[in-house]
Design a protein around this ligand. Structure first.
Ligand SMILES: *Cc1c(COP(=O)(O)O)cnc(C)c1O
Length: 407
């Protein structure tokens, strides 16, 4: 069967060049970078070479890069570290309602430990307003953490403006750039951020490795792991050498190919969005129409549930994902779609197509061929296929069936 992978925001395949570089470190070059002998020095050399590559990719210096176990750890480490060192200065943290759980749950946990949290709303495109950030700042604000690009709807946030606002007020600024890194060009200078998160497996590198950029001079405290002196006392634990080597290579290639990849992806994305929204009824694009990631298309289909679409697509060999968290074991629709003001019953019908470097126009054609019959069949079966009832009652049978709807 034809297999089409359309879920690159969830993870990406490891590029062959990346896998090749990593292999040597799994097979032969096994040294511990802390060791002083030959084996250790070889490993250390490669870790430092990878650090230079990651630093170059975001316009940082190597000493500003700390390797971690991934985006989740980098987000936790950034937020926790800034909060802990500034405890005596202030206790107010600003974030947005559409952050990844790695940010939102970290901030909420600090909220239970005496920090005050402002969770900014977003507009219908999932965008935070710079004016709202400005209005939320108090003399107790110590950290602003807002993502660069959203994983569920692809919207690119005005980080440059928020970064310069933060800087003018002397507030530390973190951004989760897991989704934007390698897809849109940026540097930490241009964004004006103090901390920035990236992850290996979202850029055709390995899982379980990421990095946190910490600008030189930023007040930040290692506060999660207690252990050895690795990463200049910023992250204890023996380095994941093969992973770090893979991340370095993946970062280098991502930047080298960024421009051509973006053009390729945009062509596929734009055709997909145009065809889906014109050929299928009751479909809306979610996220920003233009300020969005080049590989990202996300939609809501009325009168259908996201997970039934996913299962039908999977039967046809197409791997996509749903913004509705029903598939991931939770009954609530995506917090991102709800924050954008999309009603519960419509948010349940969301689907996300995230393209990658190996996708082709034939993949798009295949999707456009199989999708309309899937939609028609599901709508014919669906208890939700009751437009008028929706309009009159605003009721949501799917939510009720799940017992999750509060309407
Ligand atoms: C995937 C992702 C993360 C988490 O990264 P992991 O390396 O999987 O822990 C964090 N933020 C965003 C926006 C993501 O898409």
């Amino acid at each position: 069967m034809r297999r089409v992978y359309f879920d690159h925001s969830a993870t990406t395949p490891v590029r062959p060049d990346v896998a090749d570089e990593m292999c040597a470190f799994l097979k032969e070059n096994f040294g511990n970078p802390t060791s002083l002998h030959y084996f250790g020095r070889q490993a250390r050399k490669e870790v430092e070479a990878a650090r230079e590559k990651v630093a170059a990719a975001i316009g940082a210096t190597p000493n500003e890069i700390v390797f971690t176990s991934g985006g989740t750890e980098s987000d936790n480490m950034a937020i926790h570290g800034v909060a802990m060192i500034n405890k005596n200065k202030g206790n107010h943290i600003i974030t947005s309602a559409v952050e990844h759980h790695a940010v939102i749950n970290t901030v909420k946990a600090l909220g239970k430990e005496g920090f005050t949290v402002t969770i900014l709303p977003v507009d219908k495109y999932g965008m935070v307003s710079v004016d709202d950030v400005a209005a939320a700042i108090t003399d107790k604000t110590i950290l602003i953490t807002i993502m660069h690009a959203n994983n569920e709807v692809g919207t690119i946030m005005p980080i440059k403006e928020i970064g310069s606002l933060a800087r003018s007020k002397g507030i530390t600024m973190h951004t989760d750039a897991v989704q934007s890194f390698g897809k849109i060009p940026f540097s930490v200078e241009e964004l004006g951020v103090d901390l920035l998160t990236i992850s290996g497996h979202k850029i055709y590198g390995p899982k379980g490795v990421g990095a946190l950029y910490i600008r030189k001079g930023t007040r930040w405290k290692q506060s999660l792991f207690h252990g050895g002196a690795q990463e200049r006392l910023r992250r204890a634990g023996t380095e994941n050498v093969p992973g770090i080597v893979g991340l370095g290579k993946a970062a280098e290639l991502a930047i080298r190919d960024l421009q051509s990849e973006a053009e390729h992806l945009k062509a596929l994305r734009d055709r997909l969005i145009h065809e889906v929204t014109t050929k299928i009824d009751y479909v809306k694009l979610t996220g920003h129409p233009t300020m969005r990631l080049p590989n990202h298309a996300s939609f809501t289909f009325e009168f259908i549930e996201g997970e039934s679409m996913l299962l039908s697509l999977d039967l046809k060999g197409v791997a996509a994902s749903s913004g509705s968290a029903c598939t991931s074991g939770s009954l609530e629709p995506s917090h991102v779609l709800l924050a954008m003001g999309i009603p519960h019953e419509i948010a349940h019908g969301s689907i996300r197509i995230t393209l990658g470097r190996d996708n082709t126009m034939e993949d798009i054609d295949y999707f456009l061929e199989i999708m309309p019959p899937i939609v028609n069949r599901l709508r014919a079966m669906s208890p939700l296929d009751q437009e008028t009832e929706f309009a009159i009652n605003g009721s949501c049978d799917a939510c009720k069936a799940h017992g999750s709807c509060k309407m």
